[in-house]
Design a binder for this molecule. Structure first.
Ligand code: ZN
Length: 232
């Protein structure tokens, strides 16, 4: 983790955006760093304690909205939402849930590009806490090690299960794969819908957002266009 943090901190950030007000910041989906901003005490509470605490907070939100929580249909919602946050939607905040990646020797000496495309992912916008969902396309060129294909999906899911902005999600997946696969030669394209754009704000339900990361050989035009050709 530490090694990643040092690497990521050398990447450009939006430090000069500090003067924007919070509405502009959120609706323009700006973000401040490639690391998920976590508090030092992020994991001092157990999951059970977090669920209990969030349940109370969410109950207060619903009551403030004027909802009657003695209604049978609403009664269990605070607990359901709390459990869903901790155990599902935001389970990727906890490094203990990071998928263990087993590497295999590249026995077949397959030195070409490997592309895993159309990986479905579901995330949540960190500015509005509504869904971001779409497809991720991941590629790498083996440096002598290969990874199980399902692990590529799991790594995408792990980083998606955090409050996110799509740019950070893309870079976090790429950096993790570079570290696991011991190569710079990793590329990712993510194409996603943001419900905070589709269902509120500008209410544009036809646009999607594409982000990309090209590391190592993928920065060369021929390798990049080979990858993009597989996606079309
Ligand atoms: Zn948003």
């Amino acid at each position: 983790m530490k090694q990643n943090e040092t690497l990521w901190n050398t990447l450009p950030n939006h430090a000069d955006l500090g003067e924007l007000n919070i509405d502009d910041w959120g609706d323009d989906h700006l973000f401040s760093a490639y690391n998920t901003p976590l508090r030092e005490d992020a994991f001092e509470l157990s999951d059970v304690e977090k669920v209990a605490k969030i349940e109370g907070h969410f109950r207060a939100i619903m009551e403030t909205l004027g909802l009657d929580l003695t209604d049978d249909s609403l009664n269990g919602t605070p607990h359901r939402v709390a459990k869903m946050y901790v155990k599902e939607l935001f389970s990727g905040l906890n490094p203990a849930n990071k998928p263990k990646a087993t590497l295999f020797e590249n026995k077949y000496k397959y030195n070409e590009m490997l592309v895993e495309k159309d990986i479905s992912f579901y995330s949540n916008c960190e500015h509005h806490f509504v869904p971001i969902f779409g497809k991720a396309h991941v590629a790498y060129i083996s440096s002598g090690k290969v990874i199980g294909l399902s692990k590529l999906n799991r790594i995408v899911q792990y980083f998606a299960k955090r409050p996110q902005v799509q740019e950070r999600l893309t870079v976090q997946i790429a950096k993790e794969l570079q570290q696991i696969l011991q190569t710079e030669d990793v590329a990712i394209v993510m194409d996603a819908k943001h419900l905070c754009v589709a269902s509120r704000g500008v209410q544009d339900d036809s646009s999607s957002t594409v982000t990309a990361f090209y590391g190592g050989k993928f920065q060369e035009d021929s390798t990049k266009s080979e990858f993009l050709k597989y996606l079309s």
